[in-house]
Design a protein around this ligand. Sequence first.
Ligand code: FAD
Length: 283
Amino acid sequence: MKSSRFFAILISFFLTLLLSVSWATAKNSSHEAFLECLESHSETSNPISAVLYTPANSSYSAVLQSYIRNLRFNESVTPKPQLILTALHLSHIQAAIICAKIHGLQMKIRSGGHDYEGASYVSDVPFFILDMFNFRSINISIENETAWVQAGATLGEVYYRIAEKSNVHGFPAGVCPTVGVGGHFGGGGYGNMMRKYGLSVDNIIDAQIIDVYGRILDRASMGEDLFWAITGGGGSSFGVVLAYKIKLVRVPSTVTVFRVARTYEENLTNIVYSLPASCRQVA
Ligand SMILES: Cc1cc2nc3c(=O)[nH]c(=O)nc-3n(C[C@H](O)[C@H](O)[C@H](O)COP(=O)(O)OP(=O)(O)OC[C@H]3O[C@@H](n4cnc5c(N)ncnc54)[C@H](O)[C@@H]3O)c2cc1C
């Protein structure tokens, strides 16, 4: 009786061991297959292996944490990506989209990492991160009063680059300088100039996106519906936004910012009317 119980325990132990080994082997082989897919769908002249970080890589945690802006999601229990792809080249993004589809692995797109819910770097299902921080160039044309801004740039960088070229131009967007262009412009973008110039998306005139088929599209080729969707509807539902073309707005060469706390009973309206008209417009 005793020996049959012992054998039953032994068999169940070996069965559990066998199942765990085969599960781990299957997981490893699907991970390997995903890596191979990325290699085969990107250009050999721009090796994708140089920008891939798996948990086995010593820089994995640093790369993951560098754009986790909500520390609630920087805990040991927070689900972690199987891989982080810090794309440097368009073909890296195309490969990520195509291979995510082939292998059914969820892709999270991260620009500035300021999503309140950690939507760009947390998931309840197996996932990887497409990190856009290398796509952060800003090309300004003061002559045309426009700029092409890549998704991985921050708002602070946008303001700084505009100010380098002109002291009478600006762009209406958020107040936090480390917020990313990718998520901010995709979702609307409000800030100090909203009353005069509206939201960021009211001043976006073109965009570049890589769609679900890996095609690079601009406003003309994506069509007005998709352009409308990625300027307020949240870009990640529709593709990977590479860049937005923005219309610069005119600002006074000197802007004074101050705060005065007064109630209506304390002559609030008189204070507002005593300001010069230009201040009232911006205030
Ligand atoms: C401290 C702080 C201050 C803020 N201040 C303001 C403010 O003043 N005004 C305001 O309007 N908002 C403000 N926000 C909100 C902020 O604009 C949004 O959370 C915005 O989505 C963050 O963009 P991100 O690129 O930094 O975030 P991410 O976390 O990288 O992305 C946010 C979302 O956009 C998607 N996404 C990111 N990049 C791309 C891309 N290239 N293509 C497609 N999808 C993409 C992500 O997948 C995710 O779903 C603030 C947020 C924080 C945390």
